[in-house]
Design a protein around this ligand. Structure first.
Ligand code: SD4
Length: 331
């Protein structure tokens, strides 16, 4: 390590890293390489859960959260709960480069993306996502008393997380309905269900960029936005210091801005490994059951990972390597 250009990505998303590497090796900017890498993941549907056809919400619909950040200018563009448009990272880049805003949401984000020339409206569901959703709905979201009474669009009503009487009353009626079946529990963000790419690139000039693209959590309550489009949470970059990418239980993780934490800790002199472990342990102290992982990379290309509740893998390509290398981090 200690070299750039460099590409780092969550999970063994080898083809996405190759796409970003090809871009940065040709001399493209860190921002452009991040967009190529994350976009490849959306197109290839990394893991079956990034991009269209990925992880449906309670209504069976797929929405996309994405972010791009330029560590030279600290410019950020992001979209959240974007519907009908599959190109999350490209939409985020359009927000960054063509507006003075940082984050657009929902159907208005879709309208913006389409008006800027991205393909849509597109149905983001796939036969697999629909089947996954039907199976879940049969087992977890029935019967729904309110459905017969009100034209509600979610599986609610939802109950306080610690209301144990509700479990008996309604059973596991719904993902958000009780503690056992929260949509953001580790049973919905698992090894077979990664949902998220978070990527960092250092280009030949030493400029750093990060990007994230995700469907968020499986069977989330419609309207839920995760950590994906939140700068400092799913990703953060600063040319003066380095970068960070995160994956996991975004509902919990965004409360700690772990990637901001990692970059700021490195700024104060912490090694990437220590900074990543520190950020993870700050979350674990309050949420011992959370599932999450972080990679950290300093401006010289030194990288490390840390995780909690699952085994993490991240992928790296640097000049010293013949191809992408996958690193495994134990909790
Ligand atoms: C989210 N952080 O929306 C994402 C999900 C994820 O691996 O990273 N899954 O909470």
């Amino acid at each position: 390590s200690g070299q750039y250009p460099l590409v780092v990505s969550t999970w063994p998303f080898v083809d996405a890293v190759r796409a970003a590497w090809n871009a940065v090796d040709k001399g493209l900017s860190a921002v452009d390489a991040v967009v190529e890498g994350c976009s490849a993941c959306e197109e290839l549907r990394c893991d079956g859960t990034v991009g269209p056809g990925g992880s449906p919400d309670e209504n069976g619909e797929i929405t996309i959260d994405a972010l791009v950040m330029d560590g030279t200018t600290m410019d950020v563009g992001a979209v959240a709960a974007m519907r009908y448009v599959k190109d999350g990272i490209r939409a985020a880049k359009l927000v960054m480069e063509h507006t003075g805003h940082t984050l657009l949401v929902g159907e208005k984000a879709s309208a913006f993306a389409i008006s800027m020339g991205l393909p849509g409206p597109t149905n983001l569901s796939s036969p697999e996502s629909m089947e996954k959703w039907h199976m879940w709905k049969e087992n977890h979201c029935q019967p729904n008393f309110w459905k017969n009474v009100l034209p509600v669009n979610t599986c609610g009503p939802y109950h306080p997380k610690d209301d144990s009487s509700i479990v008996e009353l309604t059973g596991e009626t719904c993902s958000g309905g009780n503690l056992k079946s929260l949509p953001w529990s580790s049973s919905h963000i698992s090894h077979h269900n990664h949902d998220t790419i978070s990527m960092a690139v250092i280009d030949k000039m030493g400029h750093i960029a990060v990007g994230t693209s995700t469907n968020g959590a499986t069977f989330k309550i419609p309207g839920r936005v995760g950590d994906g489009p939140i700068p400092g949470s799913s990703a953060y970059a600063d040319d003066e210091v380095g970068a960070c990418g995160a994956t996991g239980d975004g509902d919990v993780m965004m409360r700690f801005l772990p990637c901001y934490q990692v970059v700021e800790s490195m700024r104060l002199g912490m090694e990437p490994k220590v900074a990543a472990e520190d950020a993870i342990s700050r979350i674990a102290r309050k949420y011992p059951d959370f599932t999450g992982a972080i990679f950290a990379v300093d401006k010289n290309g030194l990288h490390a990972g840390a995780c909690h509740g699952w085994t993490f893998q991240y992928s790296v390509r640097s000049p010293g390597m013949e191809d992408v290398k996958v690193f495994t981090v134990l909790p």
